[in-house]
Design a protein around this ligand. Structure first.
Ligand code: BGC
Length: 799
């Protein structure tokens, strides 16, 4: 049996014997035929799944769905209803046989962390063959950046600024996951993160509302495909609603305190984008918002999500979050926690017992009404209906004769797709004197604790990815130069020599220790790397963070590379050989030393299954890098927050004109080390001035901003043209700039293209003090550039 056990998981597969019942091959088709032949509504105890064949679309479908669900609810006992509200993980306290029995008893409606058809089939059989009403169970899993094939982490996906690539990653993951019998993912994770200390920065798409919203839409499209009911689609449960990325101090699970204006303007749009794109689910965040935990937040789930946004899917609590309402200090005990959560609008309760234990008595006492229970049940059954589970509970599980012999078989992977996306996700931060691309000749010293680490290159939340199937940088480099150049490898250092940190990281990962240190003295490891460097023409050093350092519960107080790696780099630098840094990390690091000392720096995040090939493609110039940063890089942890779209202030710091009594830190230069939107190419691009189609925009009208981009180098290459807008005088202070649009273009050497952006009122609108979304009359500055800092400016007026 392939299960993912324990919490939180970095994405490991545990093996346990297969249990549960087997279905006869071919039964599925008899069921479907039966289902279509039967007329709705059926009386009595006939299987729920046999009652409709999910008619295709339109109003009729909605009416059929609600009639179907209402009929089913009408036939359910209270205990069966409560069972449908429970999402329980397989694990040591819930082995497969027990899970099957609980499902058969109608006490569990959805499960997560089983990742094969073979494992899910007996569980589904328990539901549709043994439970009284035969309501199918829903299978969920955390599929964030790939399923069997691991794609770059979301921060890497965002660095592509290519929404087709983001969609492709999600689509591929959906196809693979659905083929493993999974119906729903807890993704995309669209929490805006402006504090790199937060380890979950890696899971999101960065700091910008527009870019993250675009990625949210693309992901939902990818996961859900053309129709949720399609056998190769899975439901997307967008998370973590809401504002989880703004936890105070970047410390995971901490509180969030935020003005409504900032919420509406910057943090809520990505969730909204996912909802508008039709996300089937919303996972509710673990944090509180201005004192009220999201899990008991009626405003959040009822007023905002359901009423204002018109969300029609299912809400899911995060792991154990209902129980945690007691620790938050808003519920006296679990009884009150269950009451608060159901009343606020949590439909599915993840990984706790409280609904099971408390809801019956709460209903009996009249504190929770049957209507409130029914409202939640309706959403759970509704999503199962939309996923096509009632017409065929086995639509993603299939029959045993169709099961893959080996779930990890090579032919089940989508290597070409992930290699392509991974290449697009790489961001070239430095390239002095054309150090890159490297020649496939001579001797290359490859060093660093991440150069040959198949598990780290997958990144955290790597779903059902298997480390031994990922291509490390060492493998990629050796394959790229085979027969032409020599690669000398030395690990050089541990990721960290701090035993307490090693212990912490290994505790995060419950099955096998991931961080395994070389026990030799650090000096010996460094000496070995220096010997390798001395024989080489160039040194490539793969440094950064073990994947567990950028994960749930992995907040950091420092953004530096760990000391062991800093010492290694200093020794390599002292050899005088050209030094290329390949960074693998899940958050923006403080890279001051690297910027000053390395000859080239390539930010690769965690690139996934084909990482080593993708990075080699860029190192040798077989692919010209075009990734752009989706987050600002602070110079030091003390500068946080460093996000680019900060509000205007009364005493701004003016670069180049330092002065007392302006807003600055006096010990180091101000502003980010690398700005949002930044990334180099092996070619050079030149921009013309901005030209605007008119000096004024009438209400309801448009202005077109154009800029000519020329490839002034000698290689073909892509770049991302970025449109920012500033509203310099409004009724409230507005950001110095905000990304409103972008275009990725490919130019041949010498080629020029004019890029046009249509600007309408929507792009000028913002949430004012009354939370009205308005565009105010007056001047607007249009800023266009290839990053957020170095821009050309034009001006027009809205009248
Ligand atoms: C995480 C969620 C995840 C859930 C289920 C929680 O700890 O916060 O993002 O979906 O676990 O694995």
């Amino acid at each position: 049996m392939q299960i993912i056990s324990g919490k939180p998981s970095l994405g490991r597969n545990a093996q346990a014997p297969t249990q549960g019942t087997r279905r006869a091959p071919g039964l599925r088709w008899r069921r479907v035929a039966l289902a279509t032949a039967l007329a709705f509504p059926l009386a009595g105890l006939s299987p729920a799944w046999a009652q409709t064949a999910s008619p295709d679309s339109s109003q009729t479908r909605l009416e059929t769905k609600s009639a179907f669900v209402a009929d089913l609810i009408g036939r359910m006992t209270l205990d069966e209803k409560i069972g449908q509200l429970r999402l329980i993980s397989i694990g040591s306290d819930m082995p497969a046989a027990k899970l099957a029995d609980e499902i058969a008893a109608g006490r569990i409606g959805a499960s997560f962390n089983t990742v094969t058809r073979k494992d899910n089939r007996p569980l589904q059989a328990a539901a549709v063959e043994r439970s009284r009403l035969k309501i199918p169970v829903l299978f969920a899993y955390d599929i964030v950046h790939g399923h069997r094939t691991v794609f770059p982490i979301s921060l890497g996906l965002a660095s592509t600024w290519d929404m087709q690539a983001v969609e492709l990653a999600a689509r591929t993951a959906a196809v693979e996951a659905a083929a493993d019998g999974i119906d729903m993912t807890f993704a995309p994770m669209v929490d805006i993160s402006r504090d790199p200390r937060w380890g979950r920065t890696s899971e999101g798409f960065g700091e910008d509302p527009h870019l993250v919203s675009e990625a949210a839409r693309a992901s939902v499209r990818g996961f859900q495909g053309m129709s949720l009911a399609a056998p190769d689609s899975i439901g997307a449960s967008v998370k973590h609603f809401a504002l989880y990325g703004a936890v105070e101090g970047g410390r995971d699970y901490n509180t969030v305190d935020m003005s409504p204006m900032r919420m509406y303007q910057d943090y809520l749009p990505p969730y909204r984008a996912a909802v508008d794109a039709g996300a089937a689910g919303v996972m509710v965040a673990l944090n509180s918002i201005n004192g009220v935990p999201a899990t008991s937040n009626t405003w959040l789930m009822q007023d905002l999500l359901r009423k204002q946004w018109g969300f029609k899917g299912v809400t899911v609590s995060d792991h154990g979050a209902i129980t945690e309402l007691v620790k938050h200090g808003v519920a006296r005990d679990s009884r009150e926690a269950a009451k608060l959560a159901i009343k606020a609008g949590i439909d599915l309760s993840m990984a706790d017992q409280v609904y099971l234990q408390e809801l019956p008595r709460l209903v009996q006492s009249g504190e929770v009404s049957m209507q409130e229970i029914d409202n939640a049940v309706r959403e759970v059954l509704g999503v199962k209906y939309d996923l096509g589970l009632f017409s065929d509970p086995f639509r993603r599980i299939g029959t045993a004769d169709g099961d893959p012999v080996d779930v990890n078989a090579e032919q089940r992977l989508h290597r070409a797709a992930t290699r392509d996306v991974a290449r697009k996700s790489l961001v070239l931060l430095e390239n002095r004197n054309g150090t890159l691309p490297l020649r496939k000749a001579g001797t290359i010293a490859l060093v660093g604790p991440l150069a040959d680490s198949p598990i780290d290159i997958m990144g955290s939340w790597s779903a059902a990815g298997v480390a031994k199937q990922s291509v490390t940088l060492r493998q990629g480099l050796e394959a790229a130069v085979r027969g032409r150049a020599r690669v000398v490898y030395a690990r050089g250092s541990n990721v960290t020599d701090d035993p307490a940190i090693v212990e912490y990281l290994n505790f995060l990962n419950w099955d096998t220790p991931e961080v395994v240190n070389d026990k030799r003295p650090a000096a010996d490891q460094i000496a070995e790397a220096v010997r390798a460097a001395q024989q080489a023409d160039v040194v490539v050093a793969a440094v950064g963070e073990a994947r567990g350092m950028s994960h749930e519960s992995s907040s950091r107080t420092s953004l530096e590379l760990p000391a062991s790696q800093r010492d290694l780099l200093a020794a390599l630098k002292a050899t005088g050989k050209p030094l290329v840094l390949v960074l693998m990390n899940g958050r923006p690091l403080a890279l001051d030393w690297a910027k000053k000392n390395a000859d080239a720096v390539l930010e690769t995040w965690y690139t996934g299954t084909e990482g080593g090939h993708a990075i080699s493609d860029v190192l040798f110039g077989d692919y010209n890098p075009a990734g752009k940063l989706p987050v600002s890089f602070a110079r030091s942890v003390g500068q946080i927050p460093t996000y680019y779209n900060h509000l205007r202030i009364g005493r701004p710091f003016t670069p180049g004109k330092p002065g007392n009594y302006t807003s600055q830190y006096f010990e180091e230069p101000n502003g980010p080390l690398y700005p949002f939107g930044y990334g180099l190419s092996y070619t050079r691009f030149e921009l013309s001035d901005v030209s605007l189609s008119a000096p004024t925009m009438a209400r309801g009208g448009r202005v077109t901003a154009s800029i000519a981009v020329r490839n002034a180098g000698d290689r073909a290459g892509e770049t991302v043209v970025q449109l920012y807008i500033e509203d310099p005088a409004a009724s409230v202070a507005r950001p110095v700039k905000e990304l409103k649009d972008f275009r990725k273009i490919m130019l041949q050497p010498g080629e020029q293209q004019v890029v046009r952006f249509e600007i309408d009122e929507q792009k000028l609108a913002f949430y004012n003090a009354k939370l009205e979304h308005v565009a105010e009359d007056g001047q607007f500055n249009v800023q266009i550039g290839l990053d957020s800092q170095d821009v050309k400016v034009g001006t027009f007026e809205l009248r």
